[in-house]
Design a protein around this ligand. Structure first.
Ligand code: F6R
Length: 256
């Protein structure tokens, strides 16, 4: 595992984006796994700078980690909407190249199976961007999720619902359940890049990277993957003792 500590959110975005840029340059048809939420937003902005500098993302495929159960694609709070608005549209990736679990499906279990089938059809994820929950969740795999789990319907923890209330009009509007790639599904990606920033992530980052590998901390399973890069800002790195190398940011000739 490579752990890179950068100064702030902006440097974090540049560093994570530079890994994606390198991967797209090597394979313009990259299958890119994308996380939603706040952590990767500066990464997506930096990718737009790369596009402005001439990099073509049009052949990339985007695969989301998760979706809320019961939210139709068109709901602005859905992850479908997030991926289209924040990633696919600004990068020039057409909607048919975007794969998100279908939270509005009449049969959610069938939607999870269909998602797994579609992902297999793409040959799996080449590079997966990840955030981490305050409780150590990956995707929406809350503490206690089996390491071998596949895409499924899962219940959101009270912590996660409270943390995500900022994306909804009222806290009670946050769905109680989701469709999420399982930890086993996520681990099949060829390469994983986790980004985390802010003091509220320090405890989870330390537990994931330096604590025991346990289902009580889903992100600790990253210790078992052979190609993981963790990019954290100083605040999120505050609880780390042994791992991590300081880095200004992994630059890029496309940066402004
Ligand atoms: C989102 C996802 C979640 C988030 C995590 C951190 O697709 O899978 O695991 O990455 O909840 O969210 P933020 O970045 O908003 O703190």
């Amino acid at each position: 595992m490579d752990v890179v500590i950068v100064e702030d959110q902006r440097a974090l975005g540049h560093s994570a984006a530079s890994l994606v840029v390198e991967a797209v340059r090597a394979d313009p048809r990259l299958v890119l796994g994308v996380a939603t939420g706040s952590s990767p937003v500066t990464t997506y902005r930096a990718l737009v700078s790369a596009r402005d500098a001439g990099l073509d993302f049009s052949q990339v495929r985007c695969v989301a980690l998760d979706e809320y159960l019961g939210l139709p694609e068109s709901d602005p709070a859905s992850y479908h909407s997030f991926v289209r608005r924040e990633i696919a549209a600004p990068l020039g990736i057409r909607p048919e190249r975007v794969l998100v679990p279908d939270g509005g499906a009449p049969d959610p279990d069938a939607a999870c199976a269909a998602f797994e089938g579609a992902l297999r059809g793409l040959g799996g994820v080449d590079l997966q961007l990840l955030g981490i929950g305050r409780n150590g969740h990956l995707g929406f795999n809350e503490p206690g999720s089996p390491f071998g789990s596949r895409t499924r319907v899962a219940r959101l923890s009270p912590t996660t619902r409270a943390d995500n209330a900022r994306f909804f009009t009222r806290p009670e509007d946050v769905p109680t359940h989701c469709l999420t790639q399982g930890l086993g599904t996520i681990l099949e990606a060829s390469r994983l890049v986790l980004v985390a920033s802010g003091p509220h992530k320090a405890e989870a980052v330390a537990a994931a990277l330096e604590g025991p590998v346990t289902e009580a901390c889903p992100a600790s399973v990253l210790q078992h993957h052979r190609a993981v890069t963790v990019i954290v800002d100083r605040e999120a790195a505050a609880g780390l003792h042994g791992t991590g190398r300081p880095h200004a940011s992994i630059g890029g000739d496309w940066l402004d």
